[in-house]
Design a protein around this ligand. Sequence first.
Ligand code: IPD
Ligand code: CA
Ligand code: CA
Ligand code: CA
Length: 273
Amino acid sequence: MELFEFMKEITVQAGSNIRQKLNEPLLIETKSNANDLVTNMDKETERFLYETIINTYPEHKIIGEEGSGKDINDLSGTVWIIDPIDGTLNFVHQGENFAISVGVFIDGKKYAGVIYDVMRDKLYSACAGHGAYLNDSPIEPLTNTALKQSIVSINPNWLTKPYTAPIYGPIVVDARSARSYGSAALDFAYVATGKVDAYITLRLHPWDFAGGLIIAEEVGAVVTNQLDESLNMLHANSILVANKALHHEIYSNYMKPYQTELLTIHQGRFHSR
Ligand code: IPD
Ligand code: CA
Ligand code: CA
Ligand code: CA
């Protein structure tokens, strides 16, 4: 539990540093394309977390979106998987609706996850086997829902592409409604707290879901890729996370019929971080 307390403490410290500097000018760069942004705060936050962890636990390994642990290819030992700012576009455009996400695995086993909604000062956390919490309050186990009474979180981009629209369009049509929040970590937190009932996306990196996976599973959510397989913590994955009944309904009725198409998409995409 000492490590879990440390995870929460440094994540909140990193978030409070972001809040303090929110009005300072941002240095914004692009990465893979014009809409893929990274700021000095993403980098500073990853550096702060990296240095703070290594100072206390020099033997731990750290994988981070902004470059830490690029050469780490196995989960032996204690491995931190960090997204210093998840929802960078929200951070840049809105100054809110972004989170810090941290997951820790020990010899490949899920240890604990932390997601910090920085501007709302909400800390979602779970140490595997000990329940999930929102700040100091336990999060209730999920109740099952049917799609027609469910809110589903999905990025509308997936509904515009010819190869994915036929798969996801009917889910949105049959759901009560759909939302898109722009932070995968918050999407996991919202499923875990029942604010949305499912989150569906086609490509996330381990740092997007490492914390959320552990928190969501702790309240009974089912978290898989869209082939109904467990997530690989070292590679990009597709995602279907929902309460148990809804996961079954979406996978069996909407994804399984597109197994061949989904398999082709997966074979083309998911062999690296
Ligand atoms: C992104 C956000 C977004 C998701 C993208 C991620 P970033 O993370 O989680 O919601 O749709 O796939 O890359 O780049 O803001 O950390
Ligand atoms: Ca990014
Ligand atoms: Ca992210
Ligand atoms: Ca990020």
